[in-house]
Design a protein around this ligand. Sequence first.
Ligand code: AMP
Ligand code: ZN
Length: 488
Amino acid sequence: MQNELYLYNTLTRKKELFKPLHPPFVGMYVCGPTVYNEVHLGNLRTFTSFDVIFRYLKHLDYKVRYVRNITDAGHLEDDSDEDKISKRAALERLEPMEIVQKYTVSFHEIMRIFNNLPPSIEPTATGHILEQQEMTMQILKNGWAYEVNGTVYFDVEKYAKHYDYTALTGRNLEELLNNTRELDGQDEKRGRLDFALWIKAKPQHLMKWNSPWGKGFPGWHIECSAMSTKYLGEEFDIHGGGMDLAPTHHTNEIAQNIAYCGKSPARFWLHTNMLTLNGKKMSKSLGNVVLPLELISGTNPLIPKGFSPAVLRFFMMQTHYRSTLDITLDALNAAEKGYQRLVESFQLLPNIKPSSHSSINVKELEKKCYDAMNDDFNTAVLIAELFEISKIIYKANDGQFQLTAEDIKELQKLVSTFFYDILGIPKEDNNNDKVFSKLQSVMDILLEIRLEAKKNKNYTLSDSIRQKLEAVGIIIKDTPEGTRWSLK
Ligand code: AMP
Ligand code: ZN
C-alpha cells in the first residue's frame, strides 16, 4: 500500500502509477547548475524539491541512483558570442576553471546548509567531452545532424517529420516555427529550430577542445544526453528539472537520444514550477535575484529580515512542487510562525503523561501522511497533516486528549520520519536558537536606547552605537518601517 506512488508525468500530462524499469533500482537524472555564479533561491527550490523526491524514493526502499550534473563547459549567452563562464572569469580576473571551482564549492555549501543530500553521481560536462563527441558522431552517422564549417547542427526539421519533436510540451510545431526567428543569409543552419551539438570555437574562446570537426566546445543539451546515458543507460526512470527547461533543453535531449539510439531516455519527466518574487520569475536576467545566504542573514533589501535554513526549507515545502511559489516577507513570517508551532509541539511529545488508552489512531494519521506523499509528493498536504498532529499533541499536553505510551512513541517516530527524514527539515541547534533569541532581545534594548538618543538629538551616542555594533559585525539600517539589524 505504502509504495503505490503516483506521479505527474509531463510527457503524458497525467498522473501515473510509478513502476521502475528494474525494481528495486531507480535511475533519476536532474539537470544541475551552471557554475558561473551563485545559485539563487529559485534554483534552490528546484534542487530541494528533487532532494525530497530522492529522500522519499529511498524511504520506500528503492535503490536510487541519483545523477545531477554540473554544467561547467561554457555555453553562449543568448545573442552573444561569449560564454558565461569566460565572461565571468574576465570580470573576476580568474581562469575559467577557477570560476567553475569557486561556484561549485559555493553550490555544495548551499546544498549542505539547506540539508540537501549529495547525489549518487555528480558528473561534470568538462569531464565528459569524449562521450559528448561520441554521441554527436553517432547522431551524424545516423543521419540526424549535419556539419557546417566546424559546427554540428541537429536537423530538427528532418527529425520532426519522423518523430513528435514537441512530445514533451504538446506545443504546436507550426506555431513554434512561426514564433522562431527566420533564418537570414548569415545563418549556417538549415532549419530555424536546428540547434548545435558541437560548436566551432572562435580564436579568443577559452574553453575549447579538439574534435573531429576542429577545435570547439559541446552544446548544452548534448551534455545531459551523454551523461544520463553513460550513468543510467539508454532508458531510465525519472528525468527532472525546472519547468523552464522543458520546451528547449529537455525537448532537445529527447530528440538527441532518439536520434542516437532510437529510444526516449526517461519514462517519467518531472518538472518543478518556478519560484517568483512579487509574481515575477526569479532570474538573473530580470535582476530580481535573492541569494540563499542573503535570506539567512537578512541582507537583501527585497527581503530585509533573516530566516533560518529550517524555516526556509519549511516555507518551500508548504507549496507543492508543481505550483508556483511566491516569496514575500509576509509569507516567510507566516512560515516561521507555523514552523515554530510545529517544532514546539514535537518537543512536547516526550514529556506527555501516558494514559491507558488513546483518543486517536496513529496508524490512520500515518496513512494520511503516506497518502499525501504518494499523491505526486504532495508536501503541502503532508504539512497540513502534520499541523493536525500538532493540534493533537497540544491537546494531549493540556490533558484534553489521551495517548498511550506506545502511541507517543509512534507519533515521535512519525514526526521524525516525515518532518526530518523525508521533508529534510534541518534539525536546529537548540542552544544556538536560544543564544540567537537572547541576542535579539539585547538588540531590541540597544535599538531602543539609540532611538531615544536620536529623539534627544544626542547623535554622538546614536552614531557611536551604530559604529560599535558594526565593528563587531552587526549592521543596522534605518528604514521607513523602523530600524533593522543583520549579521555581517
Ligand atoms: P540554471 O543554473 O539556470 O540552469 O538552473 C538550474 C535549475 O534551476 C534548472 O533546473 C532551472 O530550471 C531551475 N530554475 C531556474 N530559475 C528558477 C526559478 N525561478 N524557480 C525554480 N527553479 C528555477
Ligand atoms: Zn540538462
